[in-house]
Ligand binder design. Structure first.
Ligand code: 0PR
Length: 385
């Protein structure tokens, strides 16, 4: 640290020099991100609530009410009138909370100690972190030919150690929706906790379904679903950090509660102690400002871009690995090695992401990627082979 105070302008200039090294969403070159530029109104609100701390909600009763309202509004999208949950830092923390709730519940009611969680091979790596931290074993369910969780594989993996089954509504690599209704049934019949990771899909599937897109049910209307992750900082256009975890029953929060005697509330269920109220306020702002109409328009535009890209790729002779259900397109070329395409695109200034299962270039069509960027991308892809 410097001995003497430094002038604000100098500090700011220094910081902006660093910031210049960052990629800018507005350039439309970031192709593999599930985050995007937050809405300006959400950013404005975020700054106004920077000092609020939901770790001690008795001191910030108004902001706590905002968090409750946000959870209720997200719950409404997910077919539940009275959800219990929190706005957290992101999908990782939301998934960790869900798995912690499942583990503690199974320990309390079934006496399971060395528990297992069944997750699809397509699950986000946050479940590996959760299993590691919570001392659980991961049992990986196979994918079917369409890269979705294989229902029979899940059935065969259930044991008396299973504390949770996980399915995904909007997989990280391909944006696919698992057969959640079937898994919900299995989980319900076997009395096993079922968590749906809709970190990516949660802010688009409900709107796309209302618009008439043929997408499966994935929410609390299915009786087996115990919790859902939905991230405002992905398709919700809220500033980072904003993840959402919603539970069907208050009990799932209670089994995680630890005493917090000197705080304004006597127990705490969240993983993080001191935590941002700004995320809740900004999410509240953007949800009100957009309304269902705004999010429907956004989700629909993203899907239009998805189909535009998919068709353009096919015309150029690329293979699209699966019919997109949400706004992700994954593709290969029959004659050019995928990593070579990725390298060439990187050289041309695109920030590319390569999926592992199957190996393919993966483009997440977020709000910062506009039609003109896609046209430029297709032009570059034409030159590559
Ligand atoms: N669940 C799913 C289905 C996800 O896709 C992700 C992240 C998470 C949970 C974890 O969410 P957090 O990262 O909010 O904790 N999916 C992207 C990924 O890891 C996140 C991402 C965002 C990656 C921006 C890159 C990037 O530039 O691939």
């Amino acid at each position: 640290m410097d001995e003497k105070p430094i002038d604000k302008d100098i500090i700011l200039n220094e910081l902006l020099e660093f910031h210049k090294l960052d990629y800018d969403y507005a350039d439309g070159r970031i192709l593999g991100s599930m985050c995007t530029e937050a809405h300006p109104f959400a950013k404005e609100v975020f700054c106004k609530f920077l000092d609020t701390n939901l770790g001690d909600p008795g001191l910030f009763k108004g902001t706590k009410q905002i968090e409750n309202e946000v959870i209720k509004s997200i719950g409404e999208l997910l077919s539940i009138d009275e959800p219990y949950g929190h706005i957290v830092t992101g999908g990782t923390e939301a998934n960790l909370m869900a798995i912690r709730a499942a583990r503690n519940h199974a320990r309390k009611y079934k006496g399971i100690v060395d528990g297992e969680i069944i997750i699809p091979a397509s699950a986000h790596f946050s479940f590996k972190k959760a299993a590691d931290m919570l001392n659980l074993n991961i049992v990986e369910a196979e994918l079917d030919d369409n890269y979705k969780i294989d229902v029979d594989s899940v059935k065969s993996l259930i044991s008396d150690k299973t504390v949770a089954i996980v399915a995904i509504a909007g997989t990280t690599e391909l944006g696919l929706i698992d057969p959640i209704e079937e898994i919900s049934k299995i989980a319900f019949e076997n009395n096993i906790y079922f968590h749906v990771d809709a970190a990516f899909g949660g802010f688009s599937i409900p709107f796309l379904r209302d618009l008439g897109y043929d997408l499966p049910v994935f929410d609390f209307s299915l009786p087996g679903v115990c919790s859902i992750t939905v991230d405002p900082h992905k398709m919700g256009l809220a500033p980072i950090p904003a993840g959402g975890i919603l539970f069907r029953e208050e009990e799932y929060l209670e089994v995680m509660a630890v005493d917090s005697p000197y705080l304004t509330v006597k127990t705490q269920s969240t993983i993080v102690g001191t935590r941002l109220g700004a995320s809740s306020a900004a999410t509240y702002a953007v949800m009100k400002y957009f309304g269902k109409e705004g999010y429907s328009k956004l989700a629909n535009e993203m899907m239009e871009n998805t189909h535009f890209l998919k068709e353009g790729l096919k015309e150029l002779g690329y293979d699209v690995v699966c019919e997109p259900e949400l706004n992700i397109v994954a593709f290969n070329h029959p004659d050019v090695e995928t990593n070579l395409i990725a390298q060439k695109l990187e050289k041309l200034g695109w920030k590319v992401s390569v999926a592992k299962c199957p190996v393919a270039i993966r483009i997440v069509l977020m709000n910062h990627i506009k039609k003109n960027h896609l046209k430029e991308l297709l032009e570059d892809l034409k030159e590559i082979y």
